[in-house]
Design a protein around this ligand. Structure first.
Ligand SMILES: CC(C)(COP(=O)(O)OP(=O)(O)OC[C@H]1O[C@@H](n2cnc3c(N)ncnc32)[C@H](O)[C@@H]1OP(=O)(O)O)[C@@H](O)C(=O)NCCC(=O)NCCS
Length: 202
């Protein structure tokens, strides 16, 4: 894929986020999500509220990957306290030193399986290493990719290990300051270099 640009999620570009993600408050506001029947505008304003809170307390907490100007993938992450839904997962809570990846999604089939998810993940690992976080964790899903952050295989192929196993949602972890486990990562001056047009703004 050419023309890939990865940028920090901000209140300004929130409206660019793929529909499925920008109107989803599953992790952030479980009660409101479970009540259902809310307008898209309502959901977007919940998301904006969360984004403002998360940026104020945690900093950069999401990224959008544009392919030829189209928002093709989205990732969202922050300290676990900013995602109350975590309390419902049997394999939680995530470790106290870990940043939690709540969502990593490539909505359209045509952009999947071409390295975009990996590039987005790598970009946040660089960001979190620079910010001196110790680890990143997520609930991957076993048996299907249908999960906010995707299937366990994606994470296992990107250097994560299962730290709390389960038949549905194992907790996966990557230590950020151990050896770099991913053969696909090449870094110069802390930037991901993929041979494509990447801009990382966090
Ligand atoms: C899972 C997802 C984020 C991966 O992103 P991607 O750009 O397609 O994946 P990549 O091309 O970067 O793949 C990286 C590695 O993970 C593997 N991988 C990716 N998706 C996989 C899947 N569904 N199952 C198994 N392995 C997978 C790839 O084979 C690749 O491995 P390799 O190193 O051996 O080549 C993306 O495919 C996606 O969002 N799928 C939909 C998931 C979904 O339904 N989510 C519901 C959200 S509510």
């Amino acid at each position: 894929m050419i023309g890939i640009e990865i940028v920090e999620l901000t209140p300004t570009n929130l409206t660019d986020v793929p529909e499925h993600c920008k109107c989803c408050i599953y992790w952030e506001y479980p009660e409101a999500f479970d009540q259902g029947k809310r307008s898209k505008d309502d959901l977007l304003s919940f998301k904006r509220d969360w984004l403002n809170r998360a940026r104020a307390s945690f900093g950069c907490c999401g990224r959008i990957a544009y392919v030829d100007g189209i928002a093709a993938a989205y990732v969202q992450y922050a300290v676990p306290e900013l995602f109350p839904r975590i309390a419902e997962y049997l394999t939680g809570p995530p470790s106290s030193d870990a940043v939690f990846i709540s969502c990593l999604f490539v909505p359209q089939d045509r952009y999947r399986g071409r390295g975009l998810g990996r590039q987005l993940l790598e970009s946040i690992l660089v960001d979190l290493r620079n910010r001196k976080f110790g680890a990143v964790e997520t609930f991957g899903r076993r048996g299907t990719a249908d999960n906010p952050s995707g299937p366990i295989e994606f994470y296992l192929k990107n250097g994560f290990s299962i730290v709390q196993d389960d038949s549905d949602f194992p907790l996966l972890r990557l230590d950020l300051h151990g050896k770099v486990p991913n053969k696909h990562i090449h870094r110069t001056d802390d930037k991901v270099v993929s041979g494509e047009t990447d801009n990382h703004h966090c």
